[in-house]
Each structure stands twice: as structure tokens, then as C-alpha cells.
Design a protein. Sequence first.
Length: 202
Amino acid sequence: MRIKEVSKRFNVSITALRYYEKVGLFEDVNRVNGIREYEDKDIERLSLILTLKNSTSLGIMRGTFSMHMTIFSLTTAIGALFIPRIMNKVSYKLLLTISVVIAVVATGLMAVTKSIPGFYLLGAIRGLSTGMFSIVPLTIIINNWFEKSHGLATSIVFGFSGLAGSICSPILSSFIENFGWQTGYLIKAAIILGLCLPAVLY
């Protein structure tokens, strides 16, 4: 999603969005041919920033609150380093079930936590568990299942993943804007469970 679309959706000036990036809230916004492309994680972060702009429910500043997304991304990346080894030793069905349960519980608990360290800890746990059923394991599974056309299969899987994100992101953003970030995280926990349940039960 480009900056003009984000500005229109959230009723935020382009100048404000550029300022958020300048001060580090969107330090890793992807650019395509020099044009900003806001991804799902950026939309979620912006929703939380705007919702909490005048909020004191956690007694923290916007920049501090947004730090949990950085922690989430970092722990997801770290966890990805160990996934291949874990998958060689543990049934992926078991790994998927445990990681989905942890991700759902951690996401739900983020809605009710009252402390900054607790919020960050849950974000880290959510990042680690989410990494266990995202890009790296999906790529490994595709490579194991398809002897040919790995690229096509990968494109289809991640294409639909992006489509699901584009559908769910506005829904989540709407709930955050209208009902608060706590409700948003509860809804997100339900979405994660709903999307992952078929794979867990299969």
C-alpha cells in the first residue's frame, strides 16, 4: 500500500507519515523504485500508534509502544535460524500445534497486560512462535512436497498469503480504530486461530 493510500485510509497527512519514518517508527518501510510500500506490519504499527496517540493505558509514549513490533520482528528472524534443525528432530505437526497455541495465547494476553516489560515479553514470544509457522517452514515444506515447479508453488502460497494479509489488515485496523487496541489484539488472536486451525487439524 502506497503512502497516499495509507494517508487517506487513516486520515493522516503524508507529512506526518514521513515524520513517523524520520523518527524511527517506520525505519524499515519497504521501497519499490524509491516509492514507499507499506506492508501489513507497517499498517498494524501505524494503527497502534494512532490509537495510542493520546492514550495512557500503558503509561508509555508512542515510540516506546511501537518498539514491541521491532522486538516481534527480531525474535521472528532469530527463531527462523533454528527452525530447520527443529524440524529435523520434531514432527512438524506437533511443532505447528504448539507454536499456534503459543501465538494465539500470547496475542490474546497482549490485550490485557498492564506492564511494559510484560507487553514486550509477549511480543517476543509471539514473534518466536509465529516464526515456527511462517516463511521458513513453509518454504521447507514446499521444497519437500514438490519435486518440480518449486518456484510456482512458492509463488502461489505466498501470493495467497499476501492476499489474506490485504484482507485481514483493514479489518484489524478498523477494529483497532473503533474499539481500541485491546480488542484489536483479541480479534487478531481469533484470526490467527481461525486461519491456522485447518492446518493443525489436517
